[in-house]
Design a protein around this ligand. Structure first.
Ligand SMILES: *Cc1c(COP(=O)(O)O)cnc(C)c1O
Length: 472
């Protein structure tokens, strides 16, 4: 008699496992750090994870910015750098990649996302103007304010509720935009600042139906829409998964369609585009392009490199193409969701539904006994480091900063600690270690009292502020 074929583990348990669409060719050793060392390093850094040395970190989930692993093809591209001052061949490759995958007409390279934010804000905002957007982002709002504008949040209310399961929590509330237009007048609106997968709301997506309706509304008033395309590819994955009519469309097609509803975009290529440094601005109107291209030579570099080396532009052009592959995006988002699922199963309060690039721990519920002016999210970031050498980031009252008029803290509704997953860097085993550490810190939550601020810089204070532990 013939023996039946041996079953795989997956089949035995009635499931089919899935794995990353890449294999590892080169490894970077990381160091386990003792508890004593962690205590010393945390105190030296003023309990601010931005002030820590990377060598003192075991698993680094500070950010997904510039932390992606490049592919063998991108590294090969690095060797193909054309380091001519003007007209590098890599610039033309980059221009072509942006035009073909995002669909915009004119491209201005910048050193990273904020360089592009600076250019677009200065080009389009006159003092006194209002810029509506689907929730603020730190550097984006600051550049809008420095140009004399005022940012107004027009995201749907559900975005501010960590437990709302709305599938598109990044959506713009069109009624809020309409009332703002009625209030200040369309000519006082600089542009709509639209972000794909809203970072500060927990990586929440915008639907195609929403951007389509927004375009209609804006067309009626001659208002332009500019997109923060930083994590737009992840946004497209959620459209493919959740929005009727998109299940069979490739990510690349969804991206193109979404961008078609906007007039241009700025990009931190350090996120979606799979490079360690770089950014770009892309616009459809020649007048805006002229302004931006003129300014880029003052602030960034010549208009055919904008602060990037030729090799960086080559790696970026290749990264853009890799970033829109369906298998890549699915594996990226599913790894984030794997971590989220473990935490949900263990009862840890997180922002739901889980977004595309990070798990956002809901520090208000996690440390319900710590008042917001004792920085619960900052405290949680410090505790995760102390527990297992895991580095995360505060996205709450410290990031929100002070009101420029009154000098008081801004008290955001969301008080979150972000565990951001770099692309193609960590394995599922790393995710298990992280989940178990979060659980341990959660179990010990009653003993934690919060932090007090002892040093605070004027701009973007979360980067450099220092704290001390409040005792028992
Ligand atoms: C990172 C980021 C930026 C700024 O880009 P940098 O490359 O860090 O200058 C802008 N918007 C969003 C949503 C981001 O995540």
């Amino acid at each position: 008699m013939k023996q039946p074929l041996p079953q795989t583990m997956g089949q035995q348990f009635g499931r089919r496992s899935w794995a990353e669409p890449w294999k590892i060719k080169m490894v970077e050793p990381i160091r386990m750090i003792s508890q004593e060392e962690r205590k010393r390093a945390a105190a030296e850094a003023g309990y601010n994870t931005f002030l820590m040395r990377s060598e003192d970190v075991y698993i680094d989930l500070l950010t997904d910015s510039g932390t992606s692993a490049m592919s063998d093809r991108q590294w090969a591209g690095i060797m193909m750098g054309d380091e001519a001052y003007a007209g590098s061949r890599n610039f033309y490759h980059l221009e072509e990649a942006i035009q073909s995958f995002y669909g915009y007409r004119y491209i201005v390279p910048t050193h990273q996302g904020r360089g592009a934010e600076h250019l677009i804000s200065q080009a389009l905002i006159k003092p006194g103007m209002t810029i509506p957007g689907n929730m603020y982002f730190t550097t984006t709002r600051l550049h809008q304010e420095l140009a004399g504008g005022t940012f107004v949040d027009v995201i749907i209310d559900e975005a501010h509720e960590p437990s709302s399961e709305h599938p598109f929590k990044g959506n713009v509330d069109l009624d809020k935009v309409q009332s703002l237009i009625n209030e200040v007048g369309a000519e006082q609106i600089g542009y709509i600042s639209l972000a794909g997968t809203v970072n500060m709301a927990g990586g929440q997506p915008v639907s195609m139906a929403n951007v389509r309706a927004l375009r209609q509304l804006c067309d009626a008033y001659g208002i332009r829409i500019y997109l923060d395309a930083t994590r737009m590819v992840e946004n497209c994955f959620f459209i493919q998964e959740r929005e009727p009519g998109y299940a069979d469309k490739p990510i690349a097609a969804i991206l193109k369609e979404f961008c078609d509803y906007t007039d241009g975009a700025w990009m931190s290529a350090k996120k979606d585009n799979l490079v360690n440094i770089g950014g770009w601005l892309a616009v459809n109107h020649e007048d805006v392009f002229d302004l931006a291209r003129n300014m880029v030579v003052v602030y960034e570099g010549l208009h055919t490199y904008g602060g990037m080396a030729g090799r960086d532009m080559e790696a970026l052009a290749i990264g853009i193409e890799e970033a829109v592959q369906d298998d890549h995006v699915r594996s990226r988002v599913d790894q984030v969701r794997y971590l989220g699922q473990l935490l949900i199963e263990w009862g840890v309060p997180i922002v739901c539904p889980v977004g595309g690039h990070a798990i956002f721990l809901d520090a208000k519920r996690f440390y319900s006994h710590i008042p917001q002016d004792r920085f619960p999210a900052q405290t949680l970031a410090a505790e995760l480091y102390l527990d297992a050498g895991i580095r995360s980031m505060e996205r709450g009252i410290v990031s929100a900063g002070r009101d420029p008029e009154t000098g008081e803290h801004r008290y955001p509704a969301l008080e979150l600690t972000r565990l951001t997953i770099p692309r193609r860097v960590y394995t599922q085993a790393h995710m298990d270690v992280v989940a178990e550490s979060v659980k341990a810190v959660y179990d010990a939550r009653e003993e934690t009292r919060g932090l007090k601020i002892v040093y605070e810089p004027k701009y973007l204070r979360f980067f450099q502020a220092r704290f001390e532990v409040i005792g028992q």
